[in-house]
Design a protein around this ligand. Structure first.
Ligand code: UDP
Ligand code: MN
Length: 442
């Protein structure tokens, strides 16, 4: 009963959160225009105020405007780090994007969009290649090879906290993949100029499949998702009859036609012809020349989806509910562990989880992945406050990182800050546990 309640809770919250996340990102553009005028007026007032203060400061001296400390304390004492950096925007002032001289490619309406040259015999090609490269098909643990892809835009975030969190999220993935001998590829390129934003992953996945025939699975994970169970492994034996693994709920997707019945922040595709076909079908609805038209269609079919350009998660849900026989049999909707876990129902519980459970389960007892849906610390138009998002992302990182540090005898003193770590184990003179006789030092 408790588990059923939890799962219902998860579904409901995921529903609410996801809806706001992507829709806000798109709808925000319209909203912003209407408030632009008043923002301009406010800016003008603030600017006048600032000039007045600067003039007075020059005349009267600095102490007058320093509150509380009489101007003697160092500035850093008042700097809570997050808020100041999150609210200022120094990077954009320093790194100016050069004006692009390249023209947008024009569309030929009669030529259907394709991710690349049509391949129809990939299974045959790959099998042929594998027959002469059998020694490279397994990783050092004797398991099928997996490539994890993640990525972010090539330009700096709007604030330095966003960049800082991207580094942490990348380190988190470096640690997980190192432990499990999974190859990690981090992309900062838009390999197909027509496929940007949440569509950048698709051309990249295809490229990885075709250039890494030794890899059985290609796994995409968003930059706003972090591993929080470092020991959990994907149970690949479950998916022998499937070509795609994605977090989702059958009833939400197939009974309610909900666009949040699945989550496209973390999913795996088998390196095979089916996946190439799926990627073609999937991206054919994401190309900019059809994105508006399909956006409307998706909102007609999918429950509670606001009208905005087609996004990858909705298109996948649409394909699964409208062409069920064609695609669904090979797609495994996983919810027995958190291949994607909604941060709002996870991140407050980390201390509780550490006190009562052990890593390795990947489910609500110790979530495998925590995904910060609706937080956009690198960009704008987030659905949640930046302070809350940044704190919880920091906590998720430290929670995962503890499982790494503990191997070396350390642990973060608190999940709320990465600053300090503490020793949890006394170093041994016999670190390998071999019990060799001690050599006396003269
Ligand atoms: N992404 C990328 N390059 C970009 C924009 C996005 O690699 O220029 C990746 C990034 O990993 C991000 C993911 O695509 O987490 C999903 O995009 P987005 O953040 O816009 O969607 P959300 O996760 O908020 O639904
Ligand atoms: Mn995401």
């Amino acid at each position: 009963m408790k588990d059923t309640m939890k799962s219902l809770d998860t579904k409901w919250r995921t529903l609410v959160s996801n809806q706001s996340s992507r829709a806000v990102a798109k709808l925000g553009t319209f909203k912003s225009r209407s408030v632009q005028k008043s923002v301009y007026n406010i800016r003008l007032t603030i600017l006048c105020g600032l000039i007045t203060i600067l003039v007075l400061r020059g005349t009267i001296g600095t102490g007058f405007f320093t509150f509380g400390s009489g101007g003697t304390e160092p500035e850093t004492k008042h700097d809570d780090g997050l808020e100041r950096r999150a609210l200022t925007n120094p990077v954009e002032d320093i790194v100016k994007e050069p004006e692009t001289t390249e023209k947008e490619p024009s569309f030929d309406k009669d030529v259907p969009f394709a991710l690349g040259p049509r391949i129809s015999n990939w299974d045959q090609q790959r099998a042929e290649w594998l027959s002469t490269h059998q020694n490279v098909t397994k990783n050092k643990f004797g398991r099928e090879r997996v490539i994890l892809i993640s990525g972010s835009a090539s330009k700096p975030c709007r604030n330095s906290v966003g960049d800082h969190l991207l580094v942490k999220s990348l380190k988190n993935k470096v640690d997980y993949t190192r432990l499990h001998d999974i190859e990690l590829f981090y992309s900062m390129a838009v390999v197909d100029s027509q496929m940007s934003s949440f569509w950048v992953k698709h051309p990249m996945i295809r490229k990885m499949m075709l250039t890494h025939p030794e890899a059985e699975w290609i796994w995409w994970m968003d930059s706003d998702a972090m591993f929080t169970d470092m020991t959990f492994e994907i149970p690949f034996h479950k998916y022998e009859d499937h070509n795609m693994i994605i977090h989702g709920f059958e009833d939400l997707l197939f009974e309610k036609n909900s666009w949040v019945g699945i989550n496209a922040g973390s999913f795996l595709m088998r390196n095979c012809q089916w996946s190439l076909d799926m990627l073609d079908a999937w991206t054919s609805m994401g190309h900019p020349r059809v994105a508006v038209e399909y956006g409307k269609k998706l909102s007609e079919v999918l429950l509670d989806r606001p009208i905005f350009d087609s996004d990858d998660q909705s298109v996948l849900a649409y394909l699964l509910v409208t062409q069920t026989q064609k695609w669904a049999p090979k797609v495994y909707l996983e919810n027995s562990y958190y291949l994607h876990g909604y941060w709002v129902i996870i991140a407050d519980r980390y201390e509780d989880i550490m006190a009562n459970n052990k890593p390795g389960t990947g489910d609500e007892k110790w979530p495998f992945v925590t995904h910060f849906v609706g937080c956009k610390p690198c960009g704008k138009e987030a659905s949640y406050g930046i302070k809350r998002c940044v704190l919880q992302m920091e906590r998720a990182f430290n929670f995962g990182d503890n499982q790494i540090l503990q191997r070396y005898g350390y642990q973060h003193r608190t999940l709320n800050s990465s600053k300090e770590i503490g020793r949890v184990r006394v170093d041994s003179a016999d670190p390998l546990g071999l019990g060799l006789p001690t050599v006396s030092v003269p």
